[in-house]
Design a protein around this ligand. Structure first.
Ligand code: HSE
Length: 437
């Protein structure tokens, strides 16, 4: 078979850009052997030309002039790895207008301004590929877009942020404090340049917007995703959850409900026996339930230099083979107007809950708490109280059966007004994935 030469430009020579260059150098023969493509890195563009990187580029490839890429007609694929939503949008639009197909890991841009980018691609008959935007090296975009297309997807649960999963795992397994674990995740290169986006849940919500668009064939309005991160999670709740058989994960959830599509990101307790509970450290895991296929799950490294670069290079190959353009053209939610999705409001979701109350240690306390929950028709499934070291306050942990979030919100308001409750009650969702079959 004759080989085909493909010239590529990478814009942004950071962690992932370095990984892409490494793979293109190290696996060149392997890629040509399997695909018949000779991928040639022709330009690497970055403002910083001096910082040491973990890869050495051939002379003359690294420069800071985007115009050189735009005017190089031999470059057909450009990879945007700058990140952010402003400069990156301008760069992607310029690349598309110059006739380049774009490959990107930029989930923030696609989640918040995807429509604009996809429309621009359509205008110039180009395509945008974004496997690396969700879950690093796990091919979940391609699984949803192609392998699962035949299904009506009822629910999707994802541990889609490696930084948060690393932090929660370290807190759970080694009892580390939040700040210590966050610093370790940053040092390992999992975290975003601004880790606030990781820990406040925005990065997970960005990925949910993209996966939701593909799973439901609808544009997802990013602000419709109800988002809570892990910044306020306390070790004590992780320990109580563990004692009761649950692991804490930050979950991105899409769920078809009678009240519409629920899209949410929040810390969640999952039973320790569930496969999702086993994904620890920087690993990502996504469980998808389709009406034909049942439960499928995807697991692997969702962050870091080489796993993310693996997805970028996979997309480069997909574009070079001509698959990406065909799939892009045949995916209406990418760049065509679609009906707005009916969104289930957070109050309407139905969930189990974990509650930790700080109460006075005296007769009748449980009765008052049970009364407030009972008035809202919330049933207790388990409770736990250890003997207190303090004379006047004691933590009481309660797990509930399924309840409406709106009813739980009202119960929390009522509970926290009781004289016996001394601190704001902690409330965390307990998530029970559907049984398969
Ligand atoms: N910062 C992300 C994470 C990696 O921690 O998962 C890229 O999406």
């Amino acid at each position: 078979m004759e080989t085909k030469k493909v010239k590529i430009a990478v814009i942004g020579f950071g962690v992932v850009g370095s990984g892409v260059a490494k793979i293109l150098q190290k696996n060149a023969e392997e890629i040509t052997h399997k695909t018949g493509l000779q991928l040639k890195l022709a330009h690497v563009v970055d403002m910083d030309l001096v910082r040491p990187r973990p890869v050495t580029l051939p002379e003359g490839i690294l420069h800071n002039d985007l115009e050189k890429v735009l005017s190089d007609d031999e470059v057909s694929i450009a990879v945007e790895l700058v990140g952010g939503t402003e400069i990156a949008a301008e760069i992607q639009k310029k690349l598309l207008a110059a006739g380049k197909d774009v490959v990107t890991a930029n989930k923030a841009l696609l989640a918040e301004r995807g429509e604009e980018i996809f429309e621009t691609a359509r205008q110039y008959n180009r395509c945008v590929s974004f496997e690396a935007s969700c879950c690093g090296g796990i091919p979940v975009v391609s699984a949803i877009r192609t392998g699962l297309t035949a299904n009506r997807i009822s629910t999707m649960y994802g541990i889609v942020n490696g930084t948060c999963n690393y932090i929660l795992s370290e807190m759970t397994e080694s009892g580390k404090e939040y700040e210590v674990a966050l610093k370790e995740a940053q040092a390992a290169g999992f975290a975003e340049a601004d880790p606030t986006l990781d820990v406040n849940g925005s990065d997970s919500a960005h990925k949910l917007a993209i996966l939701g668009l593909l799973a439901y064939g609808q544009k997802i309005n990013y602000p419709d995703i109800s988002t809570n991160g892990i910044e306020n999670i306390q070790l004590t709740d992780i320990h109580y959850g563990k004692e009761m058989g649950y692991a804490m994960k930050l979950l991105a959830i899409a769920e078809q409900t009678d009240a519409g599509l629920s899209l949410r990101v929040h810390p969640s307790f999952i039973n320790g026996h569930e496969p999702l509970a086993q994904a620890s450290g920087p690993f990502n895991a996504v469980s998808i339930f389709g009406d034909a296929v049942g439960h499928t799950s995807y697991y692997g490294r969702g962050a870091g230099m080489m796993p993310t670069a693996s997805a970028v290079v996979a997309d480069i190959i997909d574009v070079a083979r001509g698959n990406a353009q065909r799939v892009f053209d045949a995916t209406p939610a990418l760049g065509y107007i679609t009906e707005p999705t009916v969104i289930c409001q957070p109050e309407e979701i139905v969930s189990r809950f974990y509650l930790r109350l700080t109460v006075v240690d005296q007769p009748g306390v449980f009765a008052q708490i049970a009364n407030v929950l009972g008035e809202r028709k919330i049933s207790i499934s388990a409770c736990l109280q250890h003997e207190s070291k303090s004379d006047d306050r004691v933590p009481v942990v309660i797990m509930t059966h399924l309840a409406r979030q709106g009813d739980m919100n009202k119960a929390l308001e009522d509970m926290d007004k009781l004289d016996i409750v001394k601190e704001e009650t902690i409330c965390i969702h307990i998530v029970t994935p559907p049984k398969d079959g």
